[in-house]
Write a protein that binds this ligand. Structure first.
Ligand SMILES: *[C@@H]1O[C@H](CO)[C@@H](O)[C@H](O)[C@H]1NC(C)=O
Ligand SMILES: [Cu+2]
Length: 668
């Protein structure tokens, strides 16, 4: 038999082929972006940006000024309609969102970079600062000519939104004394609160940042939604839940319970954080009930949900003109995702409501529903703070169950749909990269990571950092031995799920399928004969690598501008992406048993028509989709575990394999 050693397609190698050296034009744009977002609640300070601003007069550019958005924006500015700078911007406030969208539309319409940056400098100090940052960053992520430009980490632009009050207070003290400081951040809660055991996950700043960026890449309010955005809304949150439940199980906690509109919200939450203006994020005591808001009542939520459930059970949604849209095909989940969120792609928000968005608002305002006490918005009202609250996962579990209700009504996959004739996985194993590692054992540990707090405090720069403890893992590689009867190409899908439930019972495949954590999805060429495919953990398209810190980005860009360093433009760079450190769940010190599944399918059948017969899967695909164009994998997200598996004994054909793995959490 012919033996071919094939290196799994690494996106690093493929990306290198298209990597270009950043020229001075690119670097100076990068620097402008970095300077624009510094000390966002203070007036613009950078001389270059101030000079750009002084040369920008929207009325001089007749064509641009004629556009509807800029007239509208100027009208808002000149007539003082915009919300005050110190107000707390909430995306869930229809009026505040509308103002932000006018800015966004103008920034998108700017004909070139100079207009784009000119307008940004022009409005920066005239608008509410977080409203501006959100609109600007979202436009930068969606403009074609901004590909490859890097935003600083969200938690370093507005540190207040990510860190607790005690850390910020100590940063102020250090600033006043002019002394560099490293401030440890603890997770919120005390030992009396069992939820504290998994706070390291919900409060992970990389997770918060990913969640904020996901909702900037797929804004529910944007006119044109990306390909399969509704399905991705389901799948990304579904994966976060699977991950969260695996963390809970690692810490001897049962899966998170879904919340209900008419039942008490059992877990309270005390964020221990404050807005830059000093207002404390409101806390929610245990066991409070949902309260009616002026704009949405609890009874309406129950009614909307009943309509959605009826639609799921009937397998059909009617649009505003009464035309049926069937949910029984693979596209049903995308329709349902848009409907539940709801985004601008929702078939009929008036009839089916906006369950997810309104629930965020109801949870955020539960302690002061009528605004009697003037509470500021709660953590659930901002995508960068929402995952800190255990109620976030409860809400999403509830919504996820609606998606499950739909998926369970679809017919199970047939043999033809999941088989790959002529391709057999002979062996599959994982190998830890450290020398001491045992076979099929994966290692996790907690380490420390630093967050620059330069933007949390004003005044002359002092090196102040917060240090947080974060879950991490040792690198590993997955090795598959595959025999094929022909030259072909495969989609390789790898999933992980806990082996035993909270009661210590083996989890049957038909249940485990809904807890599958996607570990990787890559393409591989197979030659006739035996193939050995090695894939390294850091190559995964499920996660993103660590972002560079704000000062490091500035330093690197300055050095490149001075000709002292080389920077490459990564046009496919994504800010959205689950942190790579969190690829594996924590596991337990003595080891925790998981099952690792690998499934190979025929790439020629799965790949979207618009792609060549072989592609390198773009980074962050699983949680964040693609920058534009079609999603390359035409299978439903989560395939083949998204549908019922009534006959698990027949499920594993030659093209799928499952092995036992142990995840050990060690102290370092
Ligand atoms: C979905 O249901 C409609 C109406 O019953 C039917 O015409 C259509 O063939 C079904 N599609 C699939 C993929 O089952
Ligand atoms: Cu979300």
């Amino acid at each position: 038999m012919k033996l071919a050693i094939i290196l799994a397609t690494t996106l690093i190698v493929s990306a290198c082929a298209v990597l270009q050296k950043a020229d001075n034009a690119f670097l100076s744009r990068q620097m402008q972006v970095l300077h624009l977002l510094q000390h966002i609640n203070e007036p613009l300070q950078d001389p270059e940006l101030i000079s750009i601003r002084s040369q920008f007069e929207p009325k001089n550019d007749v064509k641009f000024y004629d556009s509807k958005c800029i007239k509208n924006l100027m009208h808002q500015i000149e007539n003082g309609h915009l919300i005050p700078r110190e107000e707390i911007f909430s995306l869930f406030d229809a009026n505040q969102r509308k103002q932000m969208k006018i800015l966004f539309d103008c920034l998108m319409a700017a004909k070139d970079w100079d207009t784009f940056m000119g307008l940004a400098t022009y409005v920066r100090d005239k608008m509410n600062h977080r409203q501006f940052v959100y609109g600007f960053c979202t436009a930068l992520l969606h403009r074609n000519d901004c590909r490859g430009l890097k935003l600083p980490p969200a938690y370093e632009i507005t540190p207040h939104m990510f860190l607790t009050t005690d850390v910020i207070r100590r940063a102020y003290q250090a600033q006043m004394q002019g002394k560099p400081a490293i401030v440890p951040m603890k997770f919120t809660g005390s030992v009396l609160n069992p939820e504290q055991r998994v706070a390291y996950f919900g409060e992970d700043i990389g997770l918060n940042s990913h969640h904020a960026h996901w909702h900037m890449d797929f804004p529910f309010w944007m006119d044109n939604q990306k390909d399969r955005a509704g399905e991705l809304f389901f799948y990304m949150h579904h994966q976060l839940l699977a991950r969260f439940d695996a963390e809970r199980l690692s810490n001897y906690m049962p899966p998170v319970e879904p919340l209900q509109w008419d039942k008490p919200i059992i877990e309270g939450f005390a964020p221990a954080a404050a807005y830059p203006g000093g207002q404390e994020f409101p806390m929610r005591p245990d066991n409070v009930y949902f309260q009616d808001l002026p704009q949405r009542t609890v009874a309406e939520m129950i009614e909307f949900e009943a309509r959605v459930r009826d639609a799921i059970d009937a397998g059909v949604i009617y649009d505003k003109s009464g035309i049926p849209i069937y949910l029984n095909g693979t596209q049903g989940i995308n329709v349902l995702g848009a409907l539940l969120e709801s985004s601008t792609a929702s078939i009929d928000p008036q009839f089916y409501g906006s369950l997810h968005n309104d629930a965020h608002l109801l949870l955020s305002r539960v302690a002061d529903p009528k605004g009697k006490y003037g509470n500021p918005p709660g953590v659930m009202e901002h995508f960068e703070t929402a995952t800190r609250d255990p109620a976030f996962f409860r809400l999403h579990k509830h919504i996820d169950n609606l998606f499950k209700e739909h998926k369970d009504l679809l017919p199970p996959y047939t043999y033809d749909e999941i088989s790959f004739p002529g391709v057999k996985i002979e062996a599959f194993k994982v190998i830890g990269e450290s020398k001491a590692s045992e076979p099929n054992t994966l290692i996790t540990y907690f380490d420390e990571s630093h967050i620059n707090l330069g933007n949390a405090v004003n005044g002359k720069p002092v090196d102040i950092r917060a240090v947080v403890s974060r879950l991490n893992h040792e690198p590993f590689k997955m090795v598959s031995t595959i025999v094929s009867d022909k030259d072909t190409a495969a989609f390789v899908r790898v999933f992980l799920a806990p082996r035993y439930d909270w009661y210590g019972q083996e989890i049957p495949l038909n249940e485990a399928r809904w807890s599958m954590i996607e570990i990787d999805r890559f393409t591989a060429k197979l030659n006739a004969g035996m193939n050995i495919i090695t894939r390294k953990s850091h190559e995964t398209v499920v996660t993103s690598s660590e972002p560079m810190s704000y000062p490091a980005l500035i330093k690197q860009t300055a050095a490149a501008l001075a000709g002292e360093a080389t920077v490459f433009v990564e046009k496919t760079h994504r800010h959205c992406g689950f942190p790579h450190r969190l690829l594996l769940p924590q596991g337990r010190p003595q080891g925790m048993k998981f099952k690792l599944y690998v499934v190979l399918t025929d790439l020629s059948k799965d790949l979207h028509r618009q792609f060549d017969d072989f592609i390198n899967v773009p980074p962050a695909l699983s949680y964040c989709g693609v920058l534009d164009g079609p999603f390359p994998d035409t299978r439903p997200m989560g395939f083949p575990f998204d549908r019922r598996i009534p006959y698990p004994e027949n499920f594993f054909q030659d093209n799928a394999k499952v092995i036992d793995v142990t995840i050990k959490n060690i102290k370092i």
